[in-house]
Structure formats: C-alpha cells, structure tokens
Design a protein around this ligand. Structure first.
Ligand SMILES: Cc1cc2nc3c(=O)[nH]c(=O)nc-3n(C[C@H](O)[C@H](O)[C@H](O)COP(=O)(O)OP(=O)(O)OC[C@H]3O[C@@H](n4cnc5c(N)ncnc54)[C@H](O)[C@@H]3O)c2cc1C
Length: 390
C-alpha cells in the first residue's frame, strides 16, 4: 500500500509518525490516567502544519486539489498508533472543514477555515441528542428565525472536543413539523450568548479526548452562519460523515497497528517453558491473523480515500461504511488478541495494550454504530439485488 503514496503524503506520514513517537508516546499514559486535554500536542501539530493538510490552499491549507482525506487519514493513523484519545483533538477538528467545504459560502470559508488550518482553533460537530443517536432524525433542538438571527434551543450530548473547540457545526430544526427534512446546519462560535457547555463525560477509553454536552438557551446565531439552505441539515451531516468516516477507520487502523507493534516487542521478551513465547505456533497464528487483518483494513481505507481525493464520489457512503465497520472490528479484535498475548500483564495498565483495547471500542460506536453502517451497506445491496432481479 505504501508504494501508492506520493512523496508529499509520505513526508506528511513521517512527520506525524515522528510526533507520535517523540511527543505522544512519552505522555500518553499520564494524559489517559488524568484525562488531560492535549493542547501541547495541538500546538506541536500546528507548528508542523499538520492541520493544513486537509484544507485547500485558498484557505491557507496545503491541499491543491481534492479533499485531502488521504492526508487526514495518514496523520490520524500515525497519531492513533500512539494514542487514540489524543488524536481526537486533531481528527475531531478535521470534521470541521468538511461541512464548510461542501456547503459553505465563500465568506464562511474565508472566515472559518484559515484559523483551523493554522491549528489556532479546534472544531466540533454537534448532531447527537439524548433521544436521538442512531435515529438522528429525531433531534429536538430548534432554530427559530428572528430577524437576521436564528435562535437555538436544545441540548446536544457526547460531543467530541465540546468546550475546547471554538467552531461548532450544529444541526437543528428550522421547521420542526417537517422532522428530519426540516433540519438545518449552522456554524456556531464558542462565546455566542446563550451557548454553554454541560456535563463532561467520564468514559471507558479515549480519556485524553473531551466529550461534552452543548447547551443552547436562546442562543442567537447570525443568519449568515446557516450552511447551505434551510432544510439541508441532514444532507450536510450525511455528506460530512461520508468524508469523515474514513478518518474513524484510520483511527481504528492506527490503534490496531500500535497494538501489534507492542505485541511484537513483547513476544521476544516474555519467556515461558524455557522459550520466548514467539516460538509457540499458537502465538504465531494469532500474530498472523492480526497482521493480515491490519493489511486488509489499510487497503480498504486508502483505496477509498484515493478515490475520494480524485473526486470519484460514486458509492462513497457505501464504501465509507465498509471501511469504518471493517477497520473498527479489526481494531477491537486485534487489541483483544494483543491483551491475550500479553496474558495477565496485558490486563494491567502497566502495558499500553490495556488502554488500546479500551480505546478501540469507541470506533465501533461513534459516527454511526457498526449496526447502522451494516444497515447502510445492506440497503445498498438490496438495491443491487433489485437491479439483478430486473
Ligand atoms: C465518546 C463519544 C464521542 C462522540 N462524539 C460525537 C460527536 O462529536 N458528535 C456527535 O454528534 N455525536 C457524537 N457521539 C455520538 C455517537 O455518534 C452516538 O453515540 C452513536 O451514533 C450511537 O447513538 P446512541 O449512543 O444514542 O445509541 P442508540 O442509537 O441508542 O443505539 C443503541 C443500540 O441500538 C443499536 N441500533 C439502533 N438503531 C438500530 C437499527 N436501526 N438497527 C440495528 N441496530 C440499531 C445501536 O447499534 C446500538 O447498539 C459520540 C459518542 C461517544 C460515545
């Protein structure tokens, strides 16, 4: 797979790999234990221009054509090898430009993209609500037009980067009577009167990522912050996820690779029955399956991102769902097997595989659970079957 990368992509990957090795690995256990938000790593990534790699040159990014999804995935993968929590300050922000690039006006792009490219501001995406997770069409947050503003009321839950980000894309109902077809997407800035942050979640894993409630109480958002037109909120959300789900897949891939690397180091240190445990065929077979699954996930992700960056968006929702399902199931399996290879030591937090297994789980849940992704794939196949049936 690596031979398919351009020279520029290889240098982006190598830069991210160096930051992961030198800056993230030494602090990951502490940041996880103490749930520290990684502002120092954000600054490191900004200095290395890695926030620019998914933003077009016109808006102070480095992407000359396409969406820079391969670049974003390469950085996400490398950082996730070291810590899948810390990476979310980056990957969650990579979600920010997609709705703007796909649906924003020139004025909106010029205002919001340069500070994201510089890594001076982080972004977040607010769709989920207490009663609307997989069934996102059941959201209740409203946006009522009032002169040259919209007035937002409601609560979003589980929002990555919530409270730390400055720029939020929020989906709310402008015509509640129309349900999902009455939803619209807005850019909402931190500091908007009536917009505040509620509960910070305590989680199983990804502790260095913050997950918070967004609370809107008569929050007045300028009408100029509407993305696209009224009623397009779900189109904005779904098209955004088509481009961002490969990023979740890349996060999962990085976690699995990190776990395999730790395991390969361990099997030549741990001795039982007078031998290094790598000499047992039962262990070699587990390693073989781990490596095979990782290679398959990598092929699926980067063939997709290459297509997206070349502007070929046929079946992108279907393929993004496949990449996300496959890579996240691989991450869960590989990290669980890594803990198994470490034996009792794998269950202890002294070794990083314990954290990796906890972190892997989220990749099967967010940006649409794997059941929902399988629904997307299944729906596509039902249509294909109907075509064959004539
Ligand atoms: C750490 C974390 C970070 C997150 N970050 C964000 C964020 O930044 N922005 C944001 O908007 N959201 C975010 N989310 C929300 C996330 O996308 C949702 O949690 C997810 O979509 C699932 O919704 P839910 O939790 O309400 O589960 P539910 O929808 O209640 O699902 C419960 C179970 O039912 C299954 N299920 C539901 N419907 C079906 C169906 N039709 N067929 C088969 N099975 C089904 C699900 O797969 C799941 O197993 C985050 C969540 C977490 C945990």
């Amino acid at each position: 797979m690596q031979h398919l990368l351009t020279e520029e992509q290889r240098s982006i990957r190598d830069l991210a790999r160096r930051i992961a090795e030198e800056k993230i690995k030494p602090i990951r256990a502490k940041y996880d234990e103490e749930s520290i938000f990684p502002w120092d790593i954000v600054q490191e990534l900004a200095r290395a221009d890695l926030f620019r790699v998914f933003i077009p040159v016109e808006y102070e990014g480095l992407v000359e054509q396409g969406h820079g999804v391969t670049n974003m995935c390469l950085v996400t993968e490398e950082l996730s090898k070291a810590c899948a929590g810390i990476v979310l300050a980056y990957a969650g922000t990579a979600l920010g430009p997609f709705p703007l690039l796909l649906f924003g006006t020139e004025e909106q792009k010029k205002k919001y993209l340069p500070p994201l490219a510089a890594g001076k501001k982080l972004a977040a995406f607010g769709l989920t609500e207490p009663m609307a997770g997989s069934d996102a069409g059941s959201i209740r947050t409203t946006a009522r037009r009032d002169g040259d503003h919209y007035v937002l009321n409601g609560t979003k839950v589980f929002i990555t980067n919530g409270g730390e980000a400055e720029i939020y894309t929020v989906v709310a109902l402008t015509q509640p009577e129309k349900g999902a077809r009455g939803a619209s997407a807005f850019v909402v800035e931190k500091g908007t009167p009536g917009f505040s942050f509620g509960k910070k979640e305590k989680k199983m894993g990804i502790h260095a990522s913050v997950t918070s409630e967004l609370i809107f109480e008569d929050a007045r958002v300028p009408a100029g912050n509407l993305l696209g037109r009224e009623g397009m909120g779900f189109i904005v959300a779904m098209k955004t996820f088509d481009l961002s789900r490969p990023g979740v897949a890349a996060q999962a891939l990085g976690i699995a690779e990190g776990a395999l690397e730790e395991t390969l180091r361990y099997v030549n240190q741990r001795r039982q029955f007078g031998k290094n445990i790598i000499s047992f065929q039962g262990i070699q077979w587990m390693l073989a399956d781990m490596a095979t699954q990782i290679e398959a996930a990598r092929a699926l992700i980067y063939s997709l991102t290459d297509r997206i960056d070349r502007g070929d968006t046929r079946d992108v929702g279907y393929l993004s769902a496949m990449a996300k399902v496959f890579a996240s199931d691989v991450a869960m399996k590989v990290t669980t097997d890594a803990v198994q290879v470490f034996g009792g030591y794998g269950y202890m937090s002294d070794y990083p595989v314990e954290k990796m297994m906890r972190d892997a789980k989220i990749t099967q849940i967010y940006e649409g659970t794997n059941q929902i992704q399988r629904n997307v794939i299944g729906t596509h196949l039902v249509k294909e079957a109907a075509k064959l049936a004539g």
